[in-house]
Ligand binder design. Sequence first.
Ligand code: GDP
Ligand code: MG
Length: 175
Amino acid sequence: ARKHGPFHKIVILGDGGVGKSALTMQFVCHEFLDYHDPTIEDSYQHQVHIDSRVAHLDILDTAGQPEFATIREQYMRTGEGYVICYSITDKRSFEEAIEYKKLINRYARVDHIPIVLVGNKSDLEHLRRVGVSDGEALSKEWACPFHETSAALRRNVDVVFHDLIREIRRKEHDE
Ligand code: GDP
Ligand code: MG
């Protein structure tokens, strides 16, 4: 019902510094970005084959709204699917992920919005502050896929986007 044109609008949400831009750049360009201006918000159009069907993605890498009050309602209304990211090294970013989910629920106004939960920076095991089981439990509560990723090592990056597209397609199919 939310689909406008051939592009699936995907929105990347999460606390500043969790690796939203790095994940997006790895997925789209196969490059690890060590620095991306945290205030720059950009969108990327990307085409991929998922389950032998082409998907056109319009990915919005959000930026610069650590305060929920300033988050743009627009994202929440136009996104077809969301990647909610936290960093496994940062407990607070995990708490913020829960807040982002609440925002989606408030604005999306549909029953089940496709979401994938991501715990990024899995290469920094020695700095881990959020257990795998915490992510798993939250994703169970949300009934959504969950992956720990490393944008630095390009670990589990593709599967995040592929799972999100699968969720979006399943929803389209059900409607
Ligand atoms: P954003 O604010 O959520 O867009 O975060 P960025 O993508 O700008 O990443 C913030 C910082 O974390 C940068 O210095 C990145 O290089 C670093 N970073 C992002 N992803 C990873 C990762 O998977 N592992 C490690 N070690 N660092 C990462
Ligand atoms: Mg960024």
